[in-house]
Design a protein around this ligand. Sequence first.
Ligand code: C2E
Ligand code: MG
Ligand code: MG
Length: 715
Amino acid sequence: MSTSSSPDNKIESFKSIDLFKQLTDETLELLISNSHEVTLNPGDTLFHDGDPGDSMYVILSGEIAILKGNSMIARKGRGNYFGEMTLIEDQPRSATVTALTKSSLLKIMKEQFLLHLASNPQALMAVLKTVSERSRENLTALNEGIKIFKAQKKLNANLQHLLDDTTNEIYIFDAESYRFIRLNTRAIRNLGYREIETTQLTLFDVMPNMTRENFEELVKPLRSGMVEETGFIEQHHRKDGSTYPIEIRFKLQTTETPPVFVGIGQDISKLTELVNENINLTRYDYLTGLPNRTLILEQLNTELVQANRENLSIAVLLMDLDEFKIINDSMGHTAGDLLLKAVAERLQDWSPTNRHIARLSGDEFIILLSGDSIETQARKAAADLLKLFQNPFSINGQDIVVSLSIGISFYPKDGNDGETLIRQADTAMYIAKEKGKNTTCHYLSDMEAQAKKKLILEGDIRKALERNEFVLYYQPKLALDSETIVGFESLVRWNHPSQGLVPPLDFIPLAEKTRLIIPLGEWVLRTACKQIKTWLDMGFSNPHTAVNLSAHQFSQSNLVATIKEIIEETEIQAKYLEVEITESVLMENADMAAAQLRQLSEMGIKISIDDFGTGYSSLSYLNTFPLNNLKIDRAFVKDITSMEHATLAKAIVTLAKSLNLGTIAEGVETETQKHVLRSIECDAIQGYLLSKPVPAEEATKLLTSSKNTILPWKE
Ligand code: C2E
Ligand code: MG
Ligand code: MG
């Protein structure tokens, strides 16, 4: 900072400054000659808030900043003046002044001010005007401050309550500045800040990948009131620079003053890890840690390639615990789980290499053997296993003896692919059970009768359509929030003249093999749509019905046209029809499926992923198809006996929500399952608890008795 006396030749230039306009040349000359010119370099501070003062300043050139604390409250340039309050009120400086650029100021001391400016009424008026404007500005700033203060300290009761949430991260921030107002403890802790620091942050400090423009685009529907809630998955950055994926939903609260956004987020690192490591929901059994059906099938298929190349044989041993259901029911599911774990351990100990043992489902385990003289090897292994299970298991201090039924199939004798070999072993296992349990059965020798039966069915299936032997059953779906029926899944049955009601799994694979699934599938679609029409005509508002589509139907190029035709013919709206497809159908025919699904979705048809979690879940595909609902497979529901066992179901619900998909749990059989599913925010359930699949007339009765005033689910 330097000072110099003012030169006389500046009078003209000074007269262009408002404050001096009113002064005569003589007065101005005196004022200038008795004042100092001060030069400031960028960053130089002229005075601090609280400093005593005896002068005011007029800016002759450059720019200066007026600061309160760390924030700049005004920026001033040539002709502006400041510091006059000190002279009028005899108060210390009320702000800090710093130069932004190289600046030159005229420093007018108190005596000069009184002598020249205060004695000139017009100049004094100019000064007073500025003084009153400044106090008005201060008042506005104060009001704003009070508003922000109020918003920070006193949120409406419901928002305050929200902050107690201990499972989600809660972010409340100003809807204009995006500055955080309040975060709950969970959010603060996960981000690694101190609470006091968070009010200095905006949303974009923790979500640096998100721009203001992108965010505004995403919340546009919230601002316009079109939707109440929107959400996405983003990376949150902690104070230490580390990141974590968060699934976050936003609401706009206009009831707050000023309006705030409320973000409710969940750290989904665990879920993402599961998926990334490919130890996803689909390849390992979480109870025993053993590979599950998907993985063992992959392993079997790899073995098959090698066996084929090296001319080796393979044996598939499928084991089922005898009377497991009784143990489970009498001792409780926790004991049942412990037993399954103990069985898994015993099997692993028995096969020290640990290779190729898996839990297929429930109480079914599988072992793969390969090498020479496979039949002898397999028989010996089966005998060893039966013996191994003669020793009791100690569960909760109680000794339990369980026996096994084992079915065996061989490659290449009984089949060439993994699915077939497992199926044959399964059939053999059932025969073993029928024979009296605790025994082994080998596929081919015992299965001939069964195979014959299949051949008969295959011949019959052709005629069944003409003879009208198929029947469509309907199983209701219940929305958990409204406790009302929101639609049905249609499930086909074959009313066989000599064998009675044949379940679909006994003839659908056969129908697929013989391509009869195409006309059968069309019959199912038409029958379901006709039923929807009947229900609509009866005045029901919730006749939404789902139809299962098989892979073969999907590879048909005219699937969309057929569905369109049936919808027109039955005179229903497409929105009442839903199609269920499995993940494998999507994965196998990805391109074709994507195109067809898009067309179906554009028509208004709903699309659900069936048996979700059992197939090859690659999360990336979920985004690429126009889906509406995920049906959580029975396998995940079956294990729900308490909150702790609902981890996977919860992970699926979280995932579905992040993708904006609805969730239906399949195979719900108990009140506990229903209760837990509701608490993890699953949308709807389907299962024996509510009703078995029933013929149309009975389904109509169910609709009649359900509260029938609800809105359709997931429009
Ligand atoms: P899905 O689509 O997963 O159907 C659900 C199956 O679970 C049905 O067996 C249903 O009866 C059964 N289920 C429902 N609630 C419970 C429960 O609480 N506990 C138990 N243990 N099971 C329950 P269903 O009718 O035997 O059908 C089996 C599969 O056959 C279906 O599985 C579906 O993939 C296929 N399917 C059925 N109808 C058709 C059809 O019209 N077309 C095609 N392509 N496939 C069909
Ligand atoms: Mg289904
Ligand atoms: Mg299913």
